[in-house]
Ligand binder design. Structure first.
Ligand SMILES: [Zn+2]
Length: 168
């Protein structure tokens, strides 16, 4: 089973617990569940661009506050990386940014399992965020995605940022 299948299976099982409890309180918890976690935090323009991107490419249906918070953490790390792109000691920040990107994909709901593997999507997201100044340059998002997709999925040629060992 790949990561996406695991995530989707957990979500379906969790939703079933809600349904069977007649909307009562449940002990089960799912990090992507809008009923368990909520979605009230205000959204920045960059975050809204990011959600449009996820909707267009990965059939996004729900996000939660945690997605928004993690996006902010990712933004701060990428801003550091963008500014210090010539320095070499940003490995730790890059690794941490990748962790945030993984967390983001564990807190969103997609209407179907993506064809792209979990790890590839994380790599693509990091690249697109990097190239668009964390979804600030809205007009660059599509082209950045096409390039990232080409490089990550077709060529398997990861950027330094995503070179970390990936475990499925
Ligand atoms: Zn729930």
């Amino acid at each position: 089973m790949n990561t996406w299948d695991n995530i989707k299976t957990a979500q379906i099982a969790h939703d079933l617990v809600h349904r069977e409890s007649d909307n009562g309180r449940i002990a089960d918890f799912d990090p992507s569940c809008i009923y368990c976690v909520g979605d009230n935090k205000s959204r920045t323009r960059n975050y809204r661009n990011f959600l449009i991107y996820l909707t267009n490419h990965y059939q996004l249906t729900d996000v939660i506050d945690e997605t928004n918070l993690t996006f902010e953490k990712l933004s701060r790390k990428l801003e550091v990386l963008i500014q210090e792109s010539k320095e070499e000691n940003n490995q730790k920040t890059a690794k941490s940014a990748r962790k945030n990107a993984e967390e983001i994909f564990k807190t969103v709901r997609l209407s179907k399992i993506p064809k792209t593997s979990f790890n590839d999507m994380v790599s693509i997201l990091i690249r697109v965020a990097y190239e668009t100044n964390v979804f600030d340059k809205a007009s660059n998002i599509e082209i950045a995605h096409q390039l990232a997709y080409q490089q990550v999925v077709k060529d398997g040629n990861y950027l330094e940022l995503s070179k970390e060992e990936t475990v499925t």
